[in-house]
Ligand binder design. Sequence first.
Ligand code: T46
Length: 145
Amino acid sequence: MKNTKMIHFKDITDVHNQTRPMGHLTPIESAIDVPFEIKRIYYLTKVPENTTRGFHSHRELQQVLLCLNGSVDIEISTPDEKEKITLNNPAIGLYIGPMVWREMSNFSPGSVLLVLASEHYAEDEYLRDYDDYLKKATLYFGEKE
Ligand code: T46
């Protein structure tokens, strides 16, 4: 789907000089493992059952979403595409670039959604009205073709 992709990060299970299972380690380096400089990190925790979040797009912001524990569904769409992705692997992230509408649902109990963002927080960078989003996104993707 336009302006989105799955990113598979390193999933390191070996630890120097250890032969028994030691767990998983996933490193993420700014501008190396993600396609932007990371300027902000935030995370969603203790989201009550049946809560839906998101319902917006960003004009220019790029983000990578990772579910570090449990699972969460992310529905992403552009004016002519829609896809639902379940995040449930802490070594696999969803990259979402500009002008993609997102809705988050089905947060499992204890889920932790980590977000890496390319910019500092700016409310005027959000498109929260769907009709306004549709108009601007149709123009944006039309001009890109
Ligand atoms: C996104 C999805 C995946 C801040 O003050 N600083 C921040 O960095 C963020 C992200 C939010 N806020 C404030 C703004 C609102 O008053 O926290 C409140 C909740 O934010 P929002 O309603 O945008 O939260 P979500 O869960 O709907 O969306 C968030 C991100 O805002 C958004 O960029 O893509 O997670």
